[in-house]
Design a protein around this ligand. Structure first.
Ligand code: GTP
Ligand code: MG
Length: 447
């Protein structure tokens, strides 16, 4: 029941299905991104092919001619529905099989990956036609998520998405081992038994996820009075690198897609009074599988509760504008709106001065950064502090000398701007958020 490709299967041929709605640059960029996804899984991309179709819904996603070409590139291992060798069947019908086998452009591909979603029957068809393992884009993304999930929440979310993806793709097992036969209900086939098991497993995982999410909600409520900044953006834009730079923490940074799947929360560094929290979130990608979007609702709850969103983009990637659209779409889909935001044009060390100028003219409200430039990190730190301060209010607290022990506590959680020592009391001018101030004043009444 594992979706995982075998370690020996590592030569991948990528196929783009171009339709009237999906073609040209968009299809090319998407295929390049698929190559990065597949590489993240450890496959070697040995070639790409594209097939024009009126839609991606046809039962046979590849036309006969293209099928012949790809069958050749994958070693002609497929069969027709009648169990005949596909290469013979195609040879009768198309002129494509005359590509000499010693003239192959690359090593024989043993995995074929489509840059679109395939229905279970499309996948089954093309897999038997080619005789090699076939993945679709969602399958690849789910596999990466499964491998990168670290925390219990992320694992549960990914496993739910994986089982939802796998359930309709389960096939009748021909061997049907004894143990499974024994677990069958009356009149139930092994396939039905497998499906039932998946359903039960899903129900169990969902129950577990609800309890973990309740715990996380409790933790977020405890932090809700603090100013929180969430780093959001496309995968590989540099969110975790930024998190490291502005919090001094050791979160995982990797030149891989979906390096981060778990939300991490750390305090802004140098530390401020009151503390400002920063959270790193899961990255997005085009055509993000719906199940994954749904399962990451809770991970993105950090963005939901944030006071400031930093939209981090890789400004050196020519397709960052369309990546930004995806970020907006997903955040809208999960209901994140009405929060102050700053566009952070990251990886500025990778672009030339003319490009920088053009970008600043195009996005005048954005901040240009490189996580490798300490000056940029200071600038971003100052910006965050200034936004947090705008949300604070100023007030005066009168503290009798008999209660001066509380001053240490005030200093630890608020910014003290002035201290005046009068005859009978100490007068502190403080800046803080409204909730903390109200709480302190209530306490002072009882002193
Ligand atoms: N040149 C350059 N590379 C950067 C910069 N910021 C990050 N990177 C690199 O970009 C790659 C991805 O960085 P991450 O911080 O892991 O990106 P991310 O947005 O957290 O990615 P996901 O967790 O996959 O969503 C790493 O190889 C970083 O070293 C930068 O300002 N300049
Ligand atoms: Mg990351």
């Amino acid at each position: 029941m594992q979706l995982t490709a075998k370690a020996s299967l590592n030569h991948a041929l990528l196929i783009s299905i171009c339709t009237p709605q999906f073609k040209g640059d968009e299809a090319t960029e998407s295929l390049a991104e698929l190559a990065r996804l597949v590489t993240t899984l450890g496959f070697k991309v040995v070639g790409t092919q594209s097939q024009k179709q009126s839609s991606t819904q046809k039962l046979n996603v590849l036309g006969l001619g293209k099928l012949a070409e790809i069958a050749h590139l994958t070693g002609n291992k497929g069969e027709t529905e009648e169990g005949e060798s596909l290469s013979e069947e195609i040879a009768d019908k198309t002129p494509f099989t005359d590509i000499p086998s010693d003239n192959l452009p690359f090593a024989c591909a043993d995995v074929v990956v489509f840059d679109c979603d395939l229905s279970p029957s499309q996948l089954r068809n093309v897999e038997s036609q080619l005789g090699v393992e076939v993945f679709d884009r969602t399958g690849i993304i789910i596999e990466i998520f499964s491998r990168h999930a670290r925390t219990r929440t992320a694992r549960l979310q990914v496993e739910i998405a994986r089982l939802n993806y796998l359930a309709p793709r389960l096939r009748e097992s021909t061997s049907g081992n004894k143990e499974r036969q024994m677990g069958k209900g009356a009149g139930e086939t092994t396939l039905e038994l497998d499906r039932r098991k998946v359903r039960d497993q899903l129900a169990e995982l969902k129950r577990e996820l609800v309890s973990v999410q309740d715990e996380m909600k409790g933790r977020r409520t405890q932090r809700s009075e603090l100013f929180c900044v969430a780093l959001v953006g496309y995968t590989n834009a540099g969110k975790s690198s930024m998190m490291r730079a502005i919090t001094g923490s050791e979160v995982l940074v990797e030149d891989k897609l979906f390096a981060t799947l778990d939300t991490t929360v750390r305090a802004l560094h140098p530390i401020t009074q009151p503390r400002i929290l920063v959270s790193d979130t899961v990255g997005f990608i085009k055509k993000l599988p719906h199940d994954l979007v749904a399962s990451f609702h809770s991970t993105l709850a950090e963005a939901h509760d944030a006071s400031l969103l930093l939209y981090v983009v890789d400004a050196s990637d020519p397709s960052f504008r369309s990546q930004l659209d995806v970020v907006h779409e997903v955040l809208e889909e999960v209901g994140v709106e009405g929060i102050k935001k700053l566009l952070v044009l990251n990886k500025s060390d990778q672009i030339n001065p003319e490009q920088k100028q053009a970008l600043m003219a195009e996005f005048p409200d954005a901040m240009m950064t490189s996580t490798r430039n300490p000056l940029d990190i200071t600038k971003l730190h100052q910006y965050i502090v200034s936004v947090a301060e705008q949300e604070m209010i100023e007030d005066e607290i009168i503290i009798p000398y008999t209660a001066k022990g509380i001053i240490g506590e005030i200093r630890a959680s608020m910014s003290v701007t002035k201290e005046e020592y009068e005859y009978s009391h100490i007068k502190l001018s403080v800046r803080s958020n409204a909730i903390d101030l109200a709480r302190l004043k209530k306490r002072m009444l009882n002193l």
